[in-house]
Write a protein that binds this ligand. Structure first.
Ligand code: C5P
Length: 322
């Protein structure tokens, strides 16, 4: 096989609770990840010339949002790591259709990296095990293991068949402990990115500082009750995101933007509203797709990125074309 095209869907965090800072600088999380039917696409092709790696970006997003040097793109780093670990040195060209806003808490870059690793494993015929791929994925970023595609013939992550490009999971540790959950109904979701990014490390630092200064802790149901609540409709979800308490507080321009978006989502009939990851994308989960479309029209603003999509249940590693 010389060419393969694979999807790299994005996610939202329906719930995100952040523990204290660990000795290694990371924080333990407890989160419910939900993949959406919206994302990027990677088209990988083997080239005649060994050793080269070209990442060709095609995107409607502002050019300024991307790293100035292609080598800083996480897809490029995924290819380099794969080469180091496997010795694979055929030339590779990756066409990256990038639709997911960068630095928006939707896991776009993480999903790109996971899709690249999974596709390279197939293209190169290296047959790496899920454990070997997971190790590489975590090295690239805390959210990358969640997006790893199921491998043909494998039993998938944590022995659960079918966690592939899609699905719902309870994610803990730094992001590497992944327990697949049953996906709720394909609820409509409106994503609203306020037009600014929220660098992850900086958001964690602000959360730590806020807690040191006596900022209150969010408290709520424990793991089993949170997972059980997924069976209810969005209006009854008890989920929260610890980052929202910090990023959405105060009179700063960004905090005001977050609160305005959430309030429009609520007024438009969203059963549940939240912030994804460490920001900056807000979302509303609706029971009626028409309400989501109407809210999208209200929030369509030259600065905002809006997109109506829906929960994606898990599916095996989908090869779009080869
Ligand atoms: O792993 P990743 O590169 O996505 O993390 C970016 C930054 O976010 C880390 O350097 C760390 O500061 C913070 N982080 C954290 N705890 C996590 C994940 C990320 O503190 N579980």
């Amino acid at each position: 096989m010389f060419r393969i095209k694979v999807p790299a869907p994005c996610k939202i965090n329906l719930h995100l609770s952040v523990g204290g800072r660990r000795a290694d600088g990371y924080h333990n999380l407890e989160s419910i990840f939900q993949v959406l039917d919206f994302g990027d696409t990677l088209d990988l092709e083997i080239l005649k010339q060994d050793g080269v790696c070209e990442v060709l970006l095609n995107s409607p997003l502002p050019r300024d949002d991307f790293p100035a040097s292609p080598e800083d793109n996480i897809v490029y780093r995924a290819v380099s790591l794969f080469r180091q670990r496997t010795g694979f040195d055929r030339g590779i060209r990756i066409g990256l259709e990038k639709r997911v806003p960068l630095g928006g808490g939707l896991g776009g870059g993480s999903s790109n990296a996971a899709a690249a690793l999974g596709a390279l494993n197939v293209l190169a015929g290296t047959g790496l095990s899920p454990a070997e791929l997971r190790d590489m994925a975590l090295w690239l970023g805390s959210d990358v293991p969640f997006f790893l595609p199921d491998l043909p013939g494998s039993r998938g992550i944590n022995g659960a068949a079918g966690l592939g490009s899609g699905g719902t999971a309870w994610v803990s540790g730094r992001g590497e402990r992944i327990v697949p959950l049953e996906t709720p109904r394909p609820w409509p979701v409106l994503l609203v990115n306020p037009g600014f990014s929220s660098p992850t490390g900086e958001a964690f630092r602000r959360l730590d500082a806020w807690r040191c200064a006596g900022g209150g802790e969010n408290t709520g149901p424990g793991r089993e009750a949170l997972i059980g609540a997924l069976e209810a409709g969005p209006g009854d979800w008890p989920f929260w995101n610890d980052f929202f308490s910090v990023l959405g507080a105060g009179s700063g321009e960004e905090a005001v933007a977050y609160r305005r978006i959430v309030s429009v989502l609520r007024d438009s009939g969203a059963g549940f509203t939240g912030l994804s990851g460490a920001g900056s994308t807000c979302f509303g989960v609706f029971t009626d797709g028409g309400d989501a479309e109407r809210a999208a029209r209200l929030l369509a603003d030259h600065r905002f990125f809006v997109c109506v999509t829906f929960f994606l249940a898990c599916s095996a590693f989908r090869v779009l074309q080869c």
